[in-house]
Design a protein around this ligand. Structure first.
Ligand code: ADP
Length: 605
């Protein structure tokens, strides 16, 4: 809830709430519900039959009293009894049929909406995803879509069944006595203003509740993804407290929203009570005087009684609508976001073979913070270029710019002579294989994880498994290559995950390789194995590596030394050492401190 963008979106959304609600639900109909209009129509017909059965019940009560009980007409019991049985049977059958159809349509609509939302969210910029943490987005895809689904089904059911029931019951009441009916409604005008006020209140509370729900999901996401740091830093209590505070906000908002929602049906109850007493006073004299039969009064009475429930539900719809409007607004705001990255209108062909990579005077700032301030370097075709520098120097930013996860403010970035912005995005990203320590593994089998990024050249799979040293550990897994990787690859060790990522990259067989050796250390043995796999992978490709291991740094063809967003030196290891600049300092320091760069390396420089 602390994120300013939520307030900003709510502000935008509420600038013209009425037209916006209309537009939003129009969109829901056009893009989603409209596709199912045939089934919805059929469901509504069954709902209408179900609803009108209430009127039939109240109507049959009249003859039941007058002809069966009071007059004792022969044969009346048989036909009244049959009619009552038929009415209830019809109601039961139509109710089941409409419920099944409605559920089917509503689940399909929700599924489609979620799928579209996911597809759309994946196209949005990294900047967007930084502003909207995963928990928030998960809550929108799951929670907000669910809330919308609940409300439109409620509205359809209300209009299809309850409104029909109310109108039909009303007709029955009118047919008995129009004056009684008018008297019964005397409280109605008094209902309007409080009902409107309650609606506005519900909408506000519902929005707060949805925001709190999103913030709670974000928290859970942070805790479960960072469970180890939470434990190690003793943050359990802290995290629980923050979660409790959000829970409290949500509980308050939900209770208040429920209160607001319940107000409208409650007002209907009060109004009905007043109308009822008025009819009783007025009607008692007429019945005693013989102007009206007991049966007529009973029909009227039961019609009134039976109206309450559907009327209350209809009153509830207004509240539901307000609650869902908050969710629809938020979803609409997400759909209104567009990627800022522009695809070239007439894309250039991507380079063929291992290309040269050139950065010329590239500037990039995140807000006011410069990440690259005029970085220039060249990575030669087919060679391995190591990026070295302190944390925050801008090494990862170089990767992000190459793959166009972010766009530079100025400067030139070209691959094989083609500016990155000139290529189609899919072609550009198709040039790279990226291997990082937190190898992007998904909760699928290892086979699936390896094959998913490649051209699916399954014939070469065995070769690849051997080269990446995946074959070494497969026999120890329960189902070999078909063992599950676990969420984010949690069933595997760090070294195993990396070897899977290398196998994937080998199969993908791209001309450029981007390696990010994270500092979290592999043990010496797995490092040697991973290194061997990486060496094979790098063969014949232009490789850029964010280097932390001494072996990588020393064996690289060229080293690019970065410092605070600039390239301060460039050259082979020996030249850089001989020059005695920043690189020599870094190198000496890292060896001396045995910091992560030197772990697992025995030989002194
Ligand atoms: P390195 O990989 O060398 O550690 P990075 O390229 O990750 O450095 O970061 C360079 C600078 O840009 C750092 O000061 C970092 O804080 C900043 N930075 C990186 N990514 C973001 C981001 N998404 N938003 C804001 N600042 C960022």
């Amino acid at each position: 809830m602390s994120t300013p963008d939520i307030a900003e979106q709510s502000g935008r959304a509420s600038s013209a709430p009425e037209t916006r609600s209309g537009a939003l639900f129009g969109w829901l109909w056009r893009d989603y519900l409209g596709r199912h209009k045939l089934w919805l129509g059929i469901a509504v017909v069954f709902m209408a039959i179900e609803g009108s059965m209430l009127a039939a019940v109240s109507w049959i009560i009249g003859p039941m009293f007058d002809r069966v009980f009071i007059a004792g007409e022969p044969g009346a019991l048989a036909w009244v009894g049959t009619a009552i049985a038929a009415i209830f049977l019809t109601r039961a059958v139509t109710s089941v049929i409409q419920r099944v159809i409605l559920t089917r349509v509503s689940q399909r609509v929700a599924g489609q909406l979620r799928a579209d939302l996911l597809r759309h969210l994946m196209t949005l910029d990294m900047a967007f995803h930084q502003r909207h943490p995963p928990g928030t987005l998960i809550e929108r895809v799951q929670g907000d879509v669910g809330a919308i689904n609940q409300v439109w089904t409620g509205i359809v059911l209300g209009l299809g069944r309850d409104a029909v029931a109310v109108v039909a019951l009303f007709a029955v009441a009118l047919s008995v006595d129009w004056r009684w009916t008018l008297i019964a409604m005397i409280g109605l005008p008094a209902l309007m203003l409080p009902a409107l006020a309650a609606q506005g209140f519900v909408r506000g509370r519902a929005r707060t509740a949805r925001e709190a729900a999103a913030a709670m999901s974000t928290r859970l996401d942070e805790v479960f993804h960072g469970i180890a740091p939470v434990k190690l830093n003793g943050l359990e209590e802290y995290q629980s407290r923050r979660y409790d505070a959000l829970t409290e906000t949500r509980v308050q908002a939900e209770v208040n929203a429920a209160l607001g929602q319940a107000t409208i049906p409650a007002l209907i109850d009060i109004m009905a009570g007043i109308g009822f007493v008025a009819v009783l006073i007025f009607g008692a004299a007429e019945i005693a005087g013989g102007d009206k039969s007991v049966g007529e009064f009973m029909t009227f009475f039961s019609a009134m009684l039976l109206t309450f429930e559907p009327l209350r539900r209809l009153g509830n719809i207004a509240g539901l609508w307000q609650a869902a409007a908050a969710s629809v607004e938020r979803l609409f705001a997400l759909f209104a976001e567009h990627p800022t990255l522009r695809e070239a209108a007439r894309p250039a062909a991507p380079p063929v073979g291992a290309p040269e990579i050139v950065f010329r005077d590239v500037h990039l700032s995140y807000g006011d913070l410069p990440a690259l301030s005029g970085a220039s370097f060249t990575a030669r075709p087919g060679e391995t270029t190591a990026l070295v520098g302190a944390s925050g120097a801008g090494k990862s930013t170089v990767f992000n710019l190459l793959t166009r996860l972010v766009e530079p403010q100025s400067g030139k970035i070209a691959i094989g002579g083609v500016p990155v912005g000139a290529m189609a995005l899919a072609d550009l990203r198709g040039l790279f294989s990226v291997v990082t320590q937190d190898a992007a593994l998904f909760d699928e089998s290892l086979r699936e994880n390896i094959l998913l990024a490649g051209g699916g050249r399954a014939a070469d799979l065995d070769e690849v498994l051997t080269a990446a040293h995946v074959a070494d550990f497969l026999p120890r897994l329960p189902a070999g290559l078909d063992s599950p990787a676990g969420p984010r690859g949690s069933n595997l060790s760090g070294g195993q995950r990396q070897r899977i990522a290398i196998a994937r990259a080998l199969l993908r067989d791209t001309a450029v390789l981007l390696l990010d050796e994270a500092t979290s250390a592999l043990d010496t043995r797995s490092e040697a194995i991973v290194q061997d796999a990486l060496d094979r992978l790098a063969e014949g490709r232009t490789t850029l590596v964010i280097a932390h291991r001494l072996s990588t740094v020393r064996n690289a063809d060229r080293i690019v030394v970065m410092d605070r967003g600039r390239v301060v030196d460039e050259g082979p290891h020996d030249d850089l050492i001989a020059r005695g600049g920043l690189y020599a300092d870094l190198y000496a320091m890292q060896f001396r401190d045995r910091s992560p760069i030197s772990e697992g390396e025995g030989d002194p420089p």
